[in-house]
Design a protein around this ligand. Structure first.
Ligand code: ADP
Ligand code: ZN
Length: 527
């Protein structure tokens, strides 16, 4: 096949992709890389990062080498490029020896415009030798945040990538990511020796996405209500934490008249591929999935992304919700979150492999996510601030802007709750939320009687709040680390060093008012 390359970037864009113009920073980035400069590109999902290295790879002599961790997508990427007449290939561990050989030969013969490489390939000396024998036009480092040890998606193989600069000092490099807090951005520049590179930071705002985070009550019903009221017949993605809940939720939605399909890594390969291609092809399907679904999925008209479980980090939340509304039309990002999510995530962190440092990082990620859930201010302002980006005041297109939540002084209830926990602790006893709330509300349950807890001085002191309100208080105290939960055993409550300030009356506790959910709140699953 003849080279589709040569000409100006704009000519290549027209001829190969059939697009009229570059978007946003694309033209400037392409020009910089074509001119041999290094670049760091932070651009949200759907912003058009691929063209930032694909076009220069076609314009410059030689092959553009793309390092990407998304091995599962390489075949699709190469197929899509081939369909446009671009000569592309990939090298990763899934290939047979002779497949690999064919790609290597094409590269050495100068017959490839783009070569995709899994990062672990660069650990293999033969790969470096191969690259040295061919002609590299540029290096693109995709998903560059994987180099950050502080990030949510660290991949040790990315640390090797500094070798590119050392061995090919004259070949331009472009590092790209859709997730970058200021700290991650700094780390990318340091670890990849891109401090002197041109920096391109696009806005991370997705103005057409309406962010909504609601208290979890009966999440599937809440979701169904949302779909019926606002997204009838729309395409959307519903994220669940576990494979089991993916399957149950998909079945439940189907029983309730929603065209839903499941997707998770445990499904048969063919079923998974079939469901994915139906979702892309057909209108109005709802994909119920674990976060394994969505990387590299380019469906412009996803009208909503719903989370039935709390994401582990703001980065993850942003990335997943970012799959909504790529076409710029109004879309919804909806998340239901509750007390059980906080307990479960803290449990997962405590039970996770890795050292204390690693757990501390996970905790920080979770805390930032919880802060976003509990805020009484504009969600978008908070989200953008997390990515180090300024905003011009409240957005008017998120739940807190549209229906400002009231906050209230929860200091006294917090004190009642914490002192109940302290009193139990003094007796050498620890209990879960349900029992503690029963004590506060003065419920003489068999368990309360059996344990003699109606004798506690805080018994019945909290009859002014409902079960649901108390659970809201507990959740928010957990989120603020004014209360902790034993994550090894039964989810029992204990105080934290910061609780003392509240108990002494030295710290005010502002809480978000829980919306009225009469009757149903008490049915919330006990954790
Ligand atoms: P990212 O990698 O940043 O998530 P992609 O590179 O996959 O984004 O691009 C997202 C979509 O936008 C793709 O369908 C792509 O073809 C399209 N696109 C990118 N740049 C342009 C452009 N200049 N004109 C038209 N469409 C574009
Ligand atoms: Zn807002």
């Amino acid at each position: 096949m003849p080279a589709p390359s040569h000409g100006t970037p704009l000519e290549v864009l027209h001829r190969v992709w059939g697009y009229d113009a570059f978007r946003g920073d694309q033209a400037e980035i392409v020009d910089a890389v074509v001119a041999g400069e290094d670049a760091v590109v932070l651009m949200p999902t759907g912003g058009g990062k691929s063209l930032c290295y694909q076009v220069p790879a076609l314009v410059r002599e030689g092959t553009g080498v793309v390092v990407s961790p998304l091995i599962a997508l390489m075949q699709d990427q190469v197929d899509a490029l081939s369909a446009l007449g671009v000569r592309a290939g990939f090298l990763n561990s899934t290939q047979e020896r002779d497949q690999r050989r064919a790609v290597e030969d094409a590269f050495l013969a100068g017959e490839l415009d783009l070569l995709y490489l899994a990062p672990e390939r660069l650990r293999v000396p033969e790969t470096l030798a191969l690259l040295e024998r061919g002609h590299v036009a540029l290096f693109a480092i995709d998903e560059a945040h994987c180099v950050s040890q502080w990030g949510h998606d660290f991949r040790p193989d990315y640390l090797q990538l500094s070798v590119l600069h050392e061995r090919w000092p004259d070949v331009p490099r472009v590092a790209l990511t859709a997730t970058a807090t200021p700290a991650t951005h700094r780390e990318i520049c340091q670890r990849l020796q891109l401090e002197d590179a041109r920096q391109f930071v696009a806005s991370f705002d997705r103005p057409n996405i309406r962010y909504r985070i609601v208290g979890k009550d009966d999440p599937r019903r809440q979701l169904l209500q949302l779909l019926r009221a606002e997204h009838d017949g729309d395409s959307g993605i519903v994220y669940c934490l576990s494979r089991a809940s993916v399957e149950q939720t998909a079945e439940w939605l189907v029983r309730n008249g929603v065209a839903a399909l499941p997707y998770h890594a445990g499904l048969d390969r063919r079923v998974r591929a079939e469901n994915q291609s139906r979702f892309l092809r057909e209108d109005g399907l709802v994909m119920v999935a674990t976060i394994a679904f969505g990387m590299g999925i380019d469906k412009p008209d996803v009208r909503f992304v719903a989370h039935l479980d709390l994401p582990k980090s703001v980065e993850g939340y942003y990335q997943e919700t970012g799959r909504a509304g790529r076409d710029g039309l109004p879309s919804t990002a909806w998340l239901a979150y509750g007390l059980a999510d906080v307990v479960q995530q803290r449990k997962m962190i405590d039970g996770s492999e890795g050292d204390a440092e690693h757990r501390r990082r996970l905790t920080q990620h979770l805390d930032a996510m919880l802060a976003l859930c509990e805020t009484v201010d504009c969600r978008r302002v908070q989200l953008l601030a997390y990515f180090g980006q300024p905003s011009d005041g409240p957005c008017g297109n998120c739940d807190t802007c549209l229906e400002p939540p009231e906050s209230w002084d929860g200091t006294v209830p917090a004190q009642k709750l914490l002192s109940t926990v302290v009193r139990l602790d003094q007796r050498g006893q620890r209990y879960g939320v349900g029992h503690v709330v029963d004590i506060l509300r003065g419920k003489e349950t068999p368990r309360v009687r059996q344990l003699g807890h109606e004798q506690l001085s805080t018994f019945g002191l909290g009859a002014d709040l409902s079960d649901g309100e108390w659970r809201g208080v507990v959740r928010q105290l957990l989120a603020a680390e004014l209360l902790a939960v034993d994550t090894q055993g039964y989810g029992t409550l204990r105080i934290t060093p910061a609780s003392a300030d509240v108990l002494r009356g030295e710290r005010e506790v502002r809480l978000r008012r829980e919306p009225e959910r009469t009757g149903r709140a008490t049915r919330e699953r006990r954790s």
